[in-house]
Design a binder for this molecule. Structure first.
Ligand SMILES: [Zn+2]
Length: 112
C-alpha cells in the first residue's frame, strides 16, 4: 500500500510550507493527481486522514485535482485523453504511449 507513504509525504510538504508561512493550522491541501500516477484516490484519502493525525494538518481536507493523460499518435498525429500507458490510436489503430498523467504534487494549501 504505497498510498500511505505518498500521503505522509504530501502532509510533510504541506506542514513545512505552512510552518514557513507561520500558519497554525492547515484547513485543506490541494493535490494534483495524474490519471497514470498509479494511485487509488479512495486509498489516498483514507491514508491522508491517518497521516494528518497529530500534525497541524489534523482534520484537513484533501482536494484532488484529477489530471488526464494525453496520448499523441506518432503515426497520424491524433491526440486523445487516456488512462492507460499503452493505447491504440482510435484513428489509425497504431500503438501509442501516453505522455504525462503521472503528476502527483501538492498544488496549494489553505491555512489559518
Ligand atoms: Zn493514429
Amino acid at each position: 500500500m504505497h498510498e500511505m507513504s505518498i500521503a505522509v509525504s504530501i502532509v510533510d510538504i504541506a506542514v513545512k510550507t505552512a510552518q514557513e508561512a507561520e500558519a497554525q493550522k492547515i484547513n485543506a491541501i490541494t493535490v494534483e493527481l495524474g490519471a497514470l500516477a498509479g494511485v487509488v484516490p479512495e486509498a489516498l484519502e483514507f491514508c491522508f486522514e491517518a497521516a494528518c493525525k497529530e500534525t497541524i494538518a489534523e482534520g484537513a481536507k484533501l482536494e484532488l485535482i484529477h489530471l488526464p493523460a494525453l496520448a499523441k499518435c506518432t503515426s497520424c498525429g491524433f491526440e486523445f485523453e487516456t488512462d492507460q500507458f499503452l493505447n491504440v490510436c482510435p484513428e489509425c489503430k497504431a500503438q501509442v504511449l501516453a505522455a504525462g498523467g503521472q503528476e502527483l504534487q501538492v498544488k496549494s494549501i489553505n491555512v489559518d
